[in-house]
Design a binder for this molecule. Structure first.
Ligand code: 13P
Ligand code: SF4
Length: 319
């Protein structure tokens, strides 16, 4: 505990010395989330991370999350230095959608508007017409559908089919998935709900259809935290990475949160749903990158310019 406290002190000093700001996601270590908040940075979902990083005057942003979040920050602010605790922190959705295969898929369907999820590489975003996050994907596809557009969606098939069902849009789906959310199981969730009949079910839309179908609220990490805070219920079953529970408990003290069951684990499993790449962010490597300036994110400027158009479309829509 002393070591942790000392590391946190060092990070606070280094952030000041470097005039850097920490931008964290809700799935990273609780210490990092707390540090981000108390030092004037932010902890939030992907949309807010992108907006916060773009609008903050600091010249250096340290992004505690996964690689696509650092790349998005760089694309939006090419003049800023973007550091990440571990550059190998990727995402199964990004890995499952290589830019060359994706470009070939798009070429086969030139009549479709290309909408990609934030969890993709800069090169995939550069090929897209729109980038969306989980908090706003539904509204944007609804808008495109109302304009009569047919959509090519990548890479998360669960989020894609959820949006497709909600909007009735014509969507051709890339077949990617998140290795964390894909593990939530509908049958086990049904049993857990029977044991907690008053519980409300909060689900991230990267979860399979059988899980989303049982949700009281489907939304981004920020939207799920807001629901936990504002809904009258006192017990919630949460189907997303368990890193979110730290903030949920702070936002809704006195309420009770139960992790949704994952494959092969009992309903009481305490640590099954946690992203291995988010978990690569720690106090130690955060302190190290602040000290050394290593682990800078670079995006090819031309790809960055192309990708920025699809991100800006979303940000303008959200404004
Ligand atoms: P949010 O934008 O909802 O925070 O989701 C990001 C993510 O990677 C979920 O797995
Ligand atoms: Fe990617 Fe899933 Fe990890 Fe989110 S939780 S970063 S979607 S692998």
């Amino acid at each position: 505990a002393d070591e942790r406290a000392a590391l946190k002190d060092r990070i606070r000093c280094l952030l000041k010395e470097r005039e850097a700001v920490l931008v964290a996601h809700y799935y990273v270590d609780a210490d990092l989330q707390d540090l981000a908040e108390e030092t004037g940075g932010c902890v939030s979902d992907s949309l807010e991370m992108a907006r916060f990083g773009r609008d903050h005057p600091a010249k250096t942003l340290v992004v505690a999350g996964v690689r696509f979040m650092g790349e998005t920050a760089k694309i939006l602010s090419p003049e800023k230095t973007i550091l990440m605790p571990d550059l190998d922190a990727t995402c199964s959705l990004d890995l499952g959608c290589p830019a060359d295969e994706f470009a070939a898929f798009c070429d086969q369907h030139p009549d479709r508007t290309v909408v990609v999820y934030a969890n993709t590489s800069a090169a995939v975003k550069a090929r897209a017409d729109w980038m969306v996050t989980s908090s706003i994907g539904l509204d944007i596809v609804k808008h495109l559908h109302e304009q009569g557009k047919k959509i090519l969606w990548a890479p998360d098939r669960h989020l894609g089919s959820y949006i497709q069902k909600k909007t009735g849009a014509d969507m051709l789906l890339w077949q990617g998935s998140c290795l964390v959310h894909d593990e939530f199981k509908g049958i086990e969730l049904d049993l857990l709900r029977a044991a907690h009949p008053d519980a409300k079910v909060l689900v991230h839309p990267e979860s399979p259809e059988s899980v989303v179908a049982q949700a009281d609220v489907v939304g981004s990490t920020t939207q799920l935290i807001n629901a936990a805070q504002t809904m009258a219920a006192t017990t919630f079953i949460v189907a997303t990475d368990n890193g979110i529970l730290h903030k949920m408990r702070m936002a809704a003290p006195g309420k009770h949160f139960i992790e949704a069951p994952t494959a092969g684990n009992s309903a009481t499993c305490k640590s099954c749903a946690h992203c291995p790449w988010m978990a690569m962010n720690g106090l130690q490597n955060l302190a190290e990158v602040l000290e050394s300036g290593r682990n800078e994110i670079h995006v090819d400027p031309e790809i960055g310019r192309q990708a920025k158009r699809s991100i800006d479309r979303m940000l303008d829509f959200a404004a």
